[in-house]
Design a protein around this ligand. Sequence first.
Ligand code: SAM
Length: 217
Amino acid sequence: MRLRNVRGSKELLDASEYVLKNPAQFKGKWTEVFENKHPLFIEIGMGKGKFITTLAKQNTEINYLGIEKFSSVLVRGLEKQKELALSNLFFLREDAEYLPNFFEKGEVKRIYLNFSDPWPKDRHAKRRLTSKEYFARYDQVLDADGAVEFKTDNQSLFEFSLEEAELAGWKVIEKTLDLHHSELASKNVMTEYEEKFSLKGNPIFKMIVKRDGKIFG
Ligand code: SAM
């Protein structure tokens, strides 16, 4: 993704109470951060935050954490949250590579991945958020019945993701090759990228995977 450097974004994030610093300190203690025991849903690569802020507004009984590694996009999500002031939404400016440092096993109930970067070169496959290496990280933080939900308009990334999930021992519980015309459409919340690509006429692919109980017990 092409990134425009937004001047002052790092400083704005540093100063914000909605952007939690040093998240390893909250590992195993997220209920204290949110001051309740509601389930924790996270979005990795939240970009400008339309998806997660909409969900947090709709579902006040769920705690949301948006994770984004670049200040210049996260700052747009922060602008939305400053207006909404939702008590069930915080952000981390972090690389998801370190996810297991931030959460205890079972602490996360759902992981959303939306229009993740494709990293088209084979040698970069490990960086894709739906690679088996990332599924191993998700395994370390997700609740036993937890799910990963992924959507994209990139067919080869989608096919790769299905294969990697299965290789890593996850099972596909929902799959559609045309989300906007499927039975999942009514509950769908659009992301910034999704709006852009569906306007061009691209079909949106979606999968929901859970761990196969036989392997992970
Ligand atoms: N999810 C948004 C959407 O659908 O509009 C943004 C999609 S954009 C293509 C992918 C985002 O994921 C970028 O903002 C990028 O910085 C972020 N990202 C990629 N790898 C990441 C990682 N390892 N940890 C955190 N964020 C990541």
